[in-house]
Design a protein around this ligand. Structure first.
Ligand code: EPS
Length: 390
C-alpha cells in the first residue's frame, strides 16, 4: 500500500493517490471528511483555518460507495487559492509582472525548511520551498489516513489520538485507557486533551505564547486497540512495525521524537519494571498483565493496545522575530510575519493518528490476503482464532 501527495499551501488544491487497498471496502467521502474537520480544529490555530473548510472529493477508485481495487485519487481544494492565483499560478509571467506579484521570500525563518530547501533546489525565492514544506500538506495525509482508518474499523481495529502535553502543561490520564473513552473525552476539549483542568491550563499557555508573539509545542499520543499479535517483523529491519510507526510520526511537520509505552522512562528502570508479564485465558488468549512496552516486542505487535507518542516542536513561524540573514544582501534582519498558528499540537494529534492508521493498515495489507475486503476480513478472523489457541 502506498500513497503520494501533491499540492502547495496556496495552490489550487491538494491531491493524494492511494494504491493497494482491497476491492469492496465501503467508503464514502464522509468517512474522510470527518477527520479533515477534526484536523482543522484546535485552540491556537491562525486565521487560515477560518478561510478553509476542507472537504475531500473522491475522483477515482470508488464506485457506488465501494472501493474498486484501483487507485483512489482524493482532492481537497484550497479556498485561499483565490487570493493567490497570480502568485502561485502555473503560467509563466514576464519579468515586470513577476516582480509585481511574486511576494518573493529571501528571508529564511530559523527552524523552518526555507534555507536548506532553497540551497537544495537552488530556489532563491524561498516561497518555492515554504509552499510545499507547509503543514497544509497534512490535510491530504489525514485524508489518506481516513481511508486507512475505515479499513481498520471494518476489521475491528479502533484508533484514537489525544494531547498529553502543551507548553509544559501535562494531562492527567491515569485510569483513562480505552480508545472509546479517550475519543469521547478528547473530542470535548478544544485542545484535544482528556483532562479538563489541564485543557484550561493548556489554553492559558497558548494565550500567553500568542500574547508574547511566540509559539509552543507539545506531546501527542495515539492508541490503537484490536490489532492482532504478530503484525510486523522481527526478521527484517525494514519491516519492523514499531520502526515504521516511528518513521511515520517523525515525518510529520515539526515532529522531533517518538516513544512507545513507557518510552524514555525505561532508561531509569530495571528490566523487571519494564517488561510485561504474559498470561493466557480461554476468552482472551494471550495477553500481558501490563502494557509498559506499548504493544510491541521484537518489532511485532503483542496484541495489547499500541501506545505511541510524538513530540512536536513549537512552530517556527513567529510573530516575535528571531535573527536570520537575508540571502540577497547577507545582512542580518529580524522581521515579523503576517499570519501563523501559535500552537498546532491538537491538529497534529489528528495527523499522527492518520500516520499511524496508514502504517498499520499497510502492514495488514502486506501480511494478509487482501485483494478483496471480504477475504481480508475472513483471513484476519481465522488468524485471530489461531493466535488465541497457539
Ligand atoms: C503553515 C502556515 C499557515 C498554517 C498552515 C501551516 O498557513 P498560511 O501560511 O496560509 O497562513 O495555517 O497550516 C495549514 C494551512 C493547515 O491546513 O494546517 C506553515 O507554514 O507550515
Amino acid at each position: 500500500m502506498r500513497y503520494l501527495t501533491a499540492g502547495e499551501s496556496h495552490g489550487p488544491q491538494l491531491t493524494t493517490i492511494i494504491e493497494g487497498l482491497p476491492a469492496g471496502l465501503l467508503l464514502e467521502a464522509e468517512d474522510i471528511n470527518k477527520h479533515l474537520a477534526r484536523r482543522q480544529k484546535g485552540y491556537g490555530r491562525g486565521r487560515r483555518m477560518q478561510i478553509e473548510t476542507d472537504q475531500a472529493q473522491i475522483m477515482s477508485g470508488v464506485r457506488h460507495g465501494k472501493t474498486l481495487g484501483s487507485p483512489i485519487a482524493l482532492v481537497v481544494e484550497n479556498k485561499d487559492w483565490t487570493h493567490w492565483t497570480k502568485i502561485m499560478g502555473a503560467e509563466s509571467l514576464d519579468e515586470d509582472a513577476l516582480d509585481e506579484v511574486k511576494r518573493k521570500v529571501t528571508r529564511p525563518r530559523p527552524g523552518h525548511a526555507d534555507l536548506n530547501g532553497g540551497i537544495k533546489y537552488g530556489h532563491r525565492d524561498m516561497r518555492n520551498v515554504l509552499e510545499r514544506s507547509s503543514a497544509r500538506e497534512t490535510t491530504v495525509r489525514v485524508a489518506a489516513g481516513g481511508v486507512a482508518q475505515k479499513l481498520l474499523n471494518d476489521l475491528g481495529i479502533n484508533i484514537c489520538c489525544h494531547v498529553k502535553e502543551i507548553g509544559g502543561v501535562v494531562a492527567q490520564t491515569d485510569g483513562i485507557t480505552s480508545v472509546d473513552e479517550i475519543k469521547t473525552l478528547s473530542e470535548q476539549s478544544e485542545v484535544r486533551c482528556v483532562d479538563p483542568a489541564a485543557s484550561e491550563e493548556m489554553k492559558a499557555a497558548i494565550d500567553q505564547a500568542k500574547k508574547n508573539g511566540d509559539s509552543i509545542g507539545g506531546v501527542v499520543e495515539v492508541v490503537v486497540e484490536g490489532v492482532p499479535a504478530g503484525l510486523g517483523s522481527y526478521v527484517h529491519y525494514d519491516r519492523k512495525l514499531d520502526a515504521k510507526l516511528a518513521a511515520a510520526i517523525m515525518s510529520i511537520n515539526a515532529f522531533k521524537g517518538v516513544e512507545f509505552g513507557l518510552g524514555f522512562e525505561m532508561a531509569k528502570r530495571y528490566g523487571s519494571q519494564v517488561h510485561d508479564e504474559i498470561t493466557w485465558s480461554e476468552e482472551q488468549g494471550y495477553a500481558r498483565k501490563t502494557n509498559r512496552l506499548g504493544g510491541f516486542e521484537g518489532g511485532m505487535t503483542t496484541g495489547m493496545p499500541i501506545v505511541v507518542r510524538g513530540v512536536m516542536k513549537p512552530i517556527p513561524t513567529l510573530y516575535k522575530p528571531l535573527e536570520s540573514v537575508d540571502i540577497e544582501t547577507k545582512e542580518p534582519f529580524t522581521a515579523s510575519i503576517e499570519r501563523s498558528d501559535s500552537c498546532a499540537v491538537p491538529a497534529a494529534a489528528v495527523v499522527a493518528e492518520a500516520a499511524v492508521a496508514w502504517e498499520i493498515a499497510g502492514a495488514i495489507i502486506g501480511q494478509f490476503e487482501s485483494d478483496r475486503m471480504d477475504h481480508l476480513q475472513e483471513s484476519i478472523e481465522r488468524y485471530r482464532a489461531y493466535t488465541k489457541e497457539f
